[in-house]
Design a protein around this ligand. Structure first.
Ligand code: ADP
Ligand code: MG
Length: 238
C-alpha cells in the first residue's frame, strides 16, 4: 500500500498557481527524493504533505485515507527543516521531550523514546546543552532526533543538510541512509542537490516549475532520462 499518495494536487498563492496538478505515489518504506531547481515547488509540496500548507485542490492520502483536512499533528508525519528550528530556550533533552509531553504521553514512554533517539543519533552527551552550544551537525542531529521520538509514519526532510559544510554533508547522508535502513520508515527528502538525489534515493521525483518531469530509480533516470531537462539536471548524457 502506498504510504503517501497525491492526486491532482494544485497550489495557488493568491492568483498564481505554483503546483500544477501533481500525481505521485510515495511507496511505503521508500526513500523518495524530490529534486529540482530552486523555486520549482519542492518545499510547497512537502509542506502540503505535512499539513503546514493547504492544498488548493486535489487530494493527499496516507495509507489510503484522505488526510488533506487533518491538522499536522494528526497526520503521523514528522518534518525536519534546513534551519533545524530548535527551541532556543530549551535544552536538547527538553527539545526532544516537548512534542511528546504535548501529546500527554506516559512519562516512562517519553524517557524510553528520548533514550533510544539519543542512542541512534549519538547525542546522549549533548542532552543538557542549549541549541546555541551546538555545532551545525549536532543541531541537525537533534532536529532529526525530535522527529524520531514521534515514531512517525513518514519523515519529511526539507534540505536538511544544506547548512552543513561539504564533508559533514557527506557523512550525514550516510547516517540518514543508515537511519532509513534501521527504522524502515517512509522518508521523503527534498533537495536541489543532484548528488544527494542520485546517492540517497530509492525513488527520485524530478520537479520543474511545479510539474513532475520524471519519476524513477536513480539508474532509470540516469540511463533513460525522458527529456533534456532531466538529462541535463541529473548530469546524464541526453
Ligand atoms: P523550492 O522549495 O523548490 O525552492 P518553493 O516551494 O519554496 O520552491 O516555492 C515554489 C514557488 O512558490 C516559488 O515561485 C515561490 O516564490 C512561491 N511561493 C512559495 N511560498 C509562497 C508564499 N507563501 N506566498 C507566495 N508565493 C510563494
Ligand atoms: Mg525549498
Amino acid at each position: 500500500m502506498a504510504a503517501i499518495e497525491l492526486r491532482d494536487v494544485r497550489k495557488s498563492f493568491q492568483a498564481l498557481e505554483v503546483i500544477h496538478g501533481i500525481d505521485l505515489v510515495i511507496p511505503d518504506g521508500s526513500f523518495t527524493v524530490l529534486v529540482g531547481p530552486s523555486g520549482c515547488g519542492k518545499s510547497t509540496l512537502l509542506r502540503m504533505m505535512a499539513g503546514l500548507e493547504e492544498v488548493t485542490s486535489g487530494e493527499i492520502r496516507i495509507d489510503g485515507s484522505r488526510c488533506d483536512h487533518l491538522v499536522p499533528s494528526a497526520r503521523g508525519m514528522a518534518m525536519v527543516f534546513q534551519s533545524y528550528a530548535l527551541y532556543p530556550h530549551m535544552s536538547v533533552e527538553e527539545n526532544l521531550r516537548f512534542g511528546l509531553e504535548n501529546q500527554k504521553m506516559a512519562k516512562a514512554e517519553i524517557v524510553a523514546r528520548v533514550a533510544k533517539a539519543a542512542d541512534i543519533l549519538q547525542i546522549g552527551h549533548l542532552l543538557a546543552r542549549r541549541p546555541n552550544q551546538l555545532s551545525g551537525g549536532q543541531s541537525q542531529r537533534v532536529a532529526i532526533g525530535r522527529a524520531i521520538v514521534k515514531e512517525p509514519k513518514a519523515f519529511l526532510f526539507d534540505e536538511p543538510l544544506s547548512n552543513l559544510d561539504a564533508e559533514l554533508r557527506v557523512k550525514m547522508r550516510g547516517e540518514l541512509i543508515a537511519l532509513h535502513r534501521r527504522l524502515k520508515s517512509t522518508m521523503v527528502y527534498v533537495t536541489h542537490d543532484q548528488v544527494e538525489a542520485m546517492t540517497m534515493a530509492d525513488q527520485i521525483v524530478v520537479l520543474n516549475e511545479g510539474r513532475i518531469e520524471q519519476v524513477g530509480s536513480p539508474v532509470e533516470l540516469y540511463a533513460r532520462p525522458r527529456n533534456l531537462f532531466v538529462a541535463r539536471f541529473l548530469g546524464a548524457p541526453p
